[in-house]
Design a protein around this ligand. Structure first.
Ligand SMILES: Cc1cc2nc3c(=O)[nH]c(=O)nc-3n(C[C@H](O)[C@H](O)[C@H](O)COP(=O)(O)OP(=O)(O)OC[C@H]3O[C@@H](n4cnc5c(N)ncnc54)[C@H](O)[C@@H]3O)c2cc1C
Length: 380
């Protein structure tokens, strides 16, 4: 994977045009009002970019992992909240794609491909974050159904999604907690499914993050993903495919901030000269561009490795997410600095990008956890 194909370049051009014309103009307001980016959802769905990864056999576009990454990156370049529409559709549906039965795929995926439904991923709980296997949400068999009880927290796009991939304990006596966890697809209309209140966040304010509650929530047996006890393994395998998408989000945020900073340096004058002439600032933009290119290359490499099923995918996916998110944090902080006082105001998007970048170091496993994952694959 040393050069993008013409198709990939065409996809970038198409999604960049939509992002700049139809998503960017609303990004500041979405953040300010902490409201869902419905304009973005509409524009992405109209153009078929809301879930490009769904295979053609389930009525999707059948885009490869790199195309999906490019879509997420280009949306994040103008609005990180909006980039979570395709990113979380991939996150929520990946467990089904990896381990679901043919019938379950047919039941769920076409609605996402059509843009009639979105899907969220529900692993985390208040007391089981990094230690996700310590989850308490319980599923008990009742005839052909499963009955779920418990609460998941931090669920991205909860309340907007129709489908939820939910990991729950089915065997509390399993030798290892992870082996007692199964995965289910829950529908928002299932009895006993309740959406909680919205978190008040530092960034990605347009992307709703909520608790979801299961109060004797009854789910038909055919909505279990794979066999009982395989849910945690599926949840982790999913992250190998989706950590690169968070890397793409981070690369997009960083690129957006750098592009704004470069424009500003060219226009702004101090001491009778353009800011672009000061070598101290030139070095800052050179470093930012260098770090973004390195992160982008690793993100694409990890996405391609995941799709091929390479043996070092887990390492690459963790490394890509970690490097890209640390890069996004550094570049956005520097972009605020490059704009001086203007960078500190909401008149320019870099302060929003700095706030949005932070989450990429936290979700889908904090960067401490990514380093643990990397070290484990090196030292095992
Ligand atoms: C906005 C947002 C959206 C999210 N979306 C989703 C979603 O859609 N679905 C979902 O399931 N989850 C989601 N999450 C949850 C997210 O993945 C968790 O917040 C994350 O995994 C960290 O868990 P925690 O918050 O419980 O932190 P903790 O696990 O309590 O960690 C606290 C600190 O301790 C560190 N730490 C923990 N264990 C170790 C260790 N062994 N070694 C070194 N350091 C360690 C962490 O790195 C962190 O710095 C989201 C979170 C947020 C904030």
């Amino acid at each position: 994977m040393f050069a993008l194909t013409e198709d990939h370049r065409d996809i970038r051009a198409a999604i960049r045009e939509i992002a700049e014309k139809e998503i960017a103009p609303h990004a500041a307001e979405v953040d300010e009002q902490e409201r869902y980016p419905s304009e973005a959802q509409k524009a992405l769905t109209a153009a078929g970019f809301q879930a490009v990864h769904i295979p053609e056999e389930f009525d999707g576009a059948g885009a490869d992992a790199i195309s999906t990454i490019i879509v997420i990156e280009e949306i994040a370049r103008v609005c990180a909240s909006s980039s979570l529409i395709p990113a979380v559709n991939k996150l929520g549906s990946m467990p089904i794609l990896l381990s679901g039965s043919e019938e379950l795929k047919r039941q769920v995926l076409p609605s996402i491909a059509a843009g009639d439904a979105m899907i969220s991923y529900a692993l985390s709980e208040r007391e089981a974050g990094s230690d996700a296997a310590a989850m308490r949400t319980r599923a008990v068999a009742d005839g052909d159904d499963w009955v779920l009880n418990g609460t998941k927290c931090w669920i991205t796009n909860a309340g907007v999604s129709t489908w939820y991939t939910v990991m729950a304990v089915t065997d509390p006596d399993a030798a290892r907690p992870a082996q007692g966890i199964s995965a289910f697809v829950v529908h928002s209309g299932d009895p006993g499914f309740v959406v909680g209140s919205k978190e008040r966040k530092l960034g990605i304010k347009g992307s709703p993050t909520r608790e979801i509650h299961f109060e004797n929530c009854r789910v038909p047996g055919d909505r279990m993903i794979g066999a009982p006890g395989t849910g945690f393994a599926t949840a982790m395998a999913t992250l190998d495919h989706t950590r690169p998408t968070i890397g793409a989000q981070a690369v997009g945020i960083a690129q957006g901030a750098l592009d704004i900073a470069v424009d500003y340096l060219r226009e702004r004058r101090q001491f009778g000269r353009s800011l672009a002439e000061f070598q101290g600032l030139q070095f800052m933009v050179a470093d930012a561009a260098m770090q973004i290119e390195a992160a982008r290359t690793l993100v694409y490499q990890a996405a391609a490795a995941a799709e091929r099923g390479d043996a070092n995918t887990t390492f690459l996916a963790a490394a890509a997410k970690c490097l890209a998110s640390d890069t996004a944090m550094k570049v956005t902080v520097d972009a605020v600095q490059l704009l001086g006082g203007a960078g500190f105001t909401r008149d320019f998007p870099v302060e929003r990008m700095m706030r949005d970048a932070k989450i990429t170091q936290i979700y889908e496993g904090t960067n401490q956890i990514q380093r643990l994952v990397m070290a484990r694959s090196l030292l095992r």
